[in-house]
Design a protein around this ligand. Structure first.
Ligand code: NAD
Length: 419
């Protein structure tokens, strides 16, 4: 991950105990050969309006490059309901249907056709016309929210208030409502006592995970500087759920999307390594040439296609995080951290073992790991890898960054939430 480390390919150190082939397959979703889709049944990868595959879905490989010999922590089965089967088909791509500690009892999507395909793919006997209806099912213990980004916080709060554990696709909170949603989501997690996890795929990229292990072992010392990037050229546009007609089209929630309202794939390259916090931000944006990013052409009055944020971190370091939707020759989710001490090649930074039938899957082999981590957090009553504190800091840091960009880079404080 650090470009100056000599024992590596593409600047990334080879984790101890890992083959070259395994290493290449295990790295974060930074380039064409690095992303892993884990798509079921030979499904085609989702594409944007230019026909380009969305980053993270490039290749259908399932080499999780994890440690071997998974040991069950319980013989209990958590009863899960799954919501959302849109452009990315995330509802079916996280291996819930294969995990030995899960029974998928119900599935939902607002669109009856998508709902039926999802239910079949995950083996759910029950379907519901909406996530809101599914949440009322008393037999369900945990809800996986893979709906459009603007709906995540509202559905998560509702599920927590109904006594369900929640795992949500990114981001945790969204847009103009993000600060109010953060307060309400935090309170719902605190008051319910249920588990909340944000499924940030970068957290289980092999390169990031290895640095997390290094950091937690004290090998890196303090992280002086970190940087993360999420680059995806939207080109003619990217479809998403459009609440006006129920379709997945170019006028949905991704039209003119504020780059820093989708910050977590980058931010994880600090937060998911150190558990530290972004405290203050100064951000700049550049106006996009793309039609959807003209202020009058999107619901966010947004004109920025690229935003670059500089953060002060809670451990006295500096971070630079970028989200770009309009840069040419820029692609993927990637990042680097630099500590006071060098990477220790003797530390085994492989990802944990996975249960039989659960692969790494898409986004750098992260899907199966996120699911296993969430289920084990319930079974073992432990904090998931991206709990509410990390999720809100990663998400809000971007939302405040955009406010800074609108003020020409003024330094702004980021609200803090700690359980
Ligand atoms: N690397 C990553 O972590 C990554 C990559 C891609 C997408 N995502 C996230 O995954 C989520 C899904 O992405 P997508 O592209 O499939 O979204 P999408 O907008 O294409 O589809 C969303 C789906 O949710 C359904 N839906 C909306 N509200 C609902 C409700 N109340 N009840 C039931 N169903 C409802 C819609 O009908 C639609 O089918 C998004 O939040 C996105 O941010 C994350």
């Amino acid at each position: 991950m650090n470009d100056d480390e000599p024992s590596s390919e593409n600047g990334n150190p080879k984790p101890a105990g890992m083959s070259r082939r395994g290493f290449l397959h295990g790295m974060g979703g930074a380039g064409a050969f690095l992303g892993m889709a884990g798509l079921a049944g030979g499904q085609a990868a989702p594409r944007d309006a230019d026909g380009n595959i969305i980053p993270g879905f490039e290749k259908n490989q399932d080499d999780a490059n994890a440690a071997q010999d998974w040991q069950p922590v319980s013989d209990r089965k958590i009863r899960v309901g799954i919501a959302g089967y849109g452009l990315c088909r995330f509802g079916a791509l996280f291996f819930y249907q294969n995990h030995p500690n899960v029974e998928v009892v119900a599935a939902t999507d607002l669109d009856p056709g998508r709902c039926a395909v999802l239910a079949k793919a995950v083996g759910a006997k029950k379907t519901y016309p909406s996530c809101e209806e599914m949440i009322k099912d008393k037999s369900i213990e945990a809800i996986y929210i893979a709906t459009d980004a603007p709906s995540h916080a509202r559905l998560a709060i509702m599920a927590l208030n109904h006594g369900k554990h929640v795992v949500s696709a990114v981001p945790a909170v969204f847009g103009f409502e993000a600060e109010g949603e953060a307060e309400a989501l935090f309170n719902a997690v605190k008051q319910s006592g249920m588990k909340y996890m944000m499924n940030e795929t970068s957290a289980f990229h092999q390169d990031l995970y290895e640095k997390r292990v290094q950091y937690q072992a004290g090998a890196l010392g303090q992280v002086i500087y970190s940087e993360g990037e999420y680059y995806h050229d939207f080109g003619k546009g990217l479809t998403g759920y459009n609440p006006k007609n129920g379709k997945i089209d170019l006028m949905g929630w991704r039209r003119g999307l504020v780059p820093m309202w989708y910050p977590t794939h980058s931010a994880a390259y600090y937060t998911s390594i150190t558990g530290g916090r972004f405290m203050e931000v100064s951000c700049l944006g550049t106006k996009s040439l793309y039609e959807g990013f003209q202020k009058e052409n999107n619901p966010y009055q947004n004109s920025f296609g690229t935003e670059v944020a500089m953060y002060r971190t809670s451990d006295g370091g500096i971070s630079r995080m970028v989200v770009a939707w309009d840069m040419k020759d820029a692609h993927g989710e990637k990042g680097r951290v630099y500590g006071q001490k060098p990477h220790d090649p003797k530390i085994d930074g492989r990802r944990p073992a996975l249960p039989p039938g659960v692969g790494g899957g898409g986004h750098g082999g992260s899907h199966g790991h996120l699911t296993n981590n969430f289920i084990e957090s319930i079974l073992l009553d432990k904090e998931p890898i991206v709990g509410i504190g990390d999720a809100l800091n990663m998400t809000l840091s971007g939302v405040i960054a955009h406010q800074s960009a609108l003020k020409g880079g003024e330094w702004m404080k980021i609200p803090q939430y700690t359980l």
